[in-house]
Design a binder for this molecule. Structure first.
Ligand SMILES: [Zn+2]
Length: 252
């Protein structure tokens, strides 16, 4: 991994990585708040003892051990998951490299993609409160990148790719109903299409194919290990994010 390849690499990126890891309580809070059944209010306290979960007192409940400070019950995503996902996101940014304006847009998208994946795994939902800001911020960030760099071409293509990918998911939701994708997937697809479309038309196509392939493999593994049935509804958001990251790193 690039981050720890050489001592100089550690010296160069170490402080930045440490600074980014201070964001993990915020990401944990986003997952804890939104990983609730539909129509339920956002979670603001420990389910077991009622101790409030807030950013002004992040430890230990929003730390890597994910244990309530009041009663010790595990709260939110499993220990270390958010922290490892954040490290992986940082590695993606390091591998992508400049221009900075595109990196800022990508970092914004990753900051929403990490909690979206964990919420989708926990409750099979992709809340609007995370998918829409992910799309809006990515779109604006790439707009700034276009103004300070190559001009409007890549930004217009990104916009078309975001809309195109969303229409693909929305249409298959309408066509297949509950057996197809969800509308949350269509909303997440907006930001995925934006990010990948910036680099050209090959990336959105590759990202989508990667996501579909990984999701099929994931479903087969779950079926083989009897952790899912043919009729189970499996979350697609994690595969969409993995497919997008894979396309960014492989094809760009
Ligand atoms: Zn508690």
């Amino acid at each position: 991994m690039t981050l720890t390849e050489t001592p100089s690499g550690v010296r160069r990126h170490g402080p930045r990585v440490a600074a980014l890891l201070t964001l993990t309580p915020l990401l944990r809070l986003a997952v804890v708040r939104h990983a609730v059944p539909p129509e339920s209010p956002h979670r603001a306290a420990c389910d077991a003892c009622g101790t409030p979960i807030r950013l002004d007192r992040p430890w230990p409940v929003l730390g890597p051990t994910a244990r309530c400070g009041g009663c010790g019950t595990r709260v939110g995503p499993p220990p270390a998951t958010v922290e490892l996902a954040t490290l992986a996101a940082v590695a993606v940014l390091v591998l992508l490299g400049p221009p900075v304006a595109v990196l800022v847009a990508t970092a914004w998208w990753l900051a929403f993609a990490v909690p979206l994946v964990l919420v989708d795994v926990a409750v099979h939902r992709l809340p609007d409160r995370l998918t829409w800001p992910a799309a809006a911020g990515t779109w604006l960030g790439l707009g700034v990148a276009a103004l300070t760099g190559p001009g409007p071409g890549p930004w217009l293509r990104a916009t078309a790719a975001g809309l195109g990918l969303a229409v693909f998911f929305a249409a298959s939701t309408l066509a297949f109903g509950a057996r197809g994708f969800g509308l949350g997937d269509a909303k997440l697809a907006v930001s995925v299409g934006l990010l990948l479309g910036w680099y050209g038309w090959a990336l959105p196509v590759t990202g989508l194919l990667l996501a579909l392939t990984l999701s099929a493999l994931g479903a087969l593994v779950l079926l083989a290990t009897r952790r899912a049935r043919w009729t189970s509804h499996l979350p697609f958001g994690p595969y969409l994010v993995l497919g997008a990251v894979g396309a960014l790193l492989l094809v760009r």
